[in-house]
Design a protein around this ligand. Structure first.
Ligand SMILES: [Fe+2]
Length: 213
């Protein structure tokens, strides 16, 4: 039976679940310079005791993590939909699409792990439960009974949501000066845009043509 979705209250969810920081690990302390005088030496030793390797603004990084957690949720829903379609696709295109969807969910699985580990690198806890992913993601589950073309069109629609969320991550990461996140997610955007072009070409008729300038 197809799951009925309640309207998602993203703002409420983020206020409930969005802040999973580990402040004791994250806090950026100002560099402290201490001077030790050896009892048997006149030489002074200066020690820099900066406690964090990130040097990022905590508040701005929290905003980046909130958007990364949404992207993580989106990718879980997308991943499971690919498995659904991999299993349930039928028809003359079975062999092509069965294999294509497997390749796509293998790539999605890697990104799920990379996004979660980016969040951990930023010293926050990634959202980790399926119930939370269902609440947080803008991508919805699908029934299994679709034609091959309907499946690909639904994935293209999901790509649009993923790319929109990725651009949001890049925007807030840019405001935080977080080039590591921009580099990771920027590459995802480029890859997913190319994948979308190929799926879109698959949906087109052989008599269709691309737009010319
Ligand atoms: Fe399989």
């Amino acid at each position: 039976m197809e799951r009925k979705f309640e309207p998602k209250n993203r703002e409420q969810y983020l206020s409930d679940f969005g802040d999973r920081s580990r402040p004791e690990q994250f806090d950026v302390k100002e560099p402290v310079t201490t001077t030790h005088t050896e009892s048997n030496s006149t030489q002074n030793q200066t020690t820099n005791t900066t406690m964090s390797y990130l040097n990022l603004d905590k508040q701005k990084t929290a905003t980046t993590v909130t958007e990364l957690n949404v992207l993580l949720a989106d990718y879980h829903l997308y991943y499971q939909k690919l498995r659904n379609f991999h299993w349930n696709v039928v028809g003359h295109n079975f062999f092509d699409l069965h294999e294509k969807f497997e390749q796509m969910y293998d790539e999605a699985k890697i990104k799920v792990d990379e996004i979660a580990e980016r969040i951990l690198t930023l010293r926050y806890q990634p959202t980790s439960n399926l119930s939370e992913y269902l609440e947080l993601s803008s991508i919805e589950e699908s029934k299994s009974e679709h034609t091959d073309v309907e499946m690909v069109k639904q994935l293209l629609s999901d790509h649009g949501k993923l790319i929109t969320q990725m651009r949001k991550v890049v925007e807030v990461a840019d405001a935080a000066g977080d080039e590591g996140t921009i580099d990771l997610i920027g590459a995802y955007i480029r890859e997913l845009e190319k994948e979308s072009w190929m799926l879109d070409a698959w949906v087109m008729n052989t008599s269709d043509t691309h737009k010319s300038i």
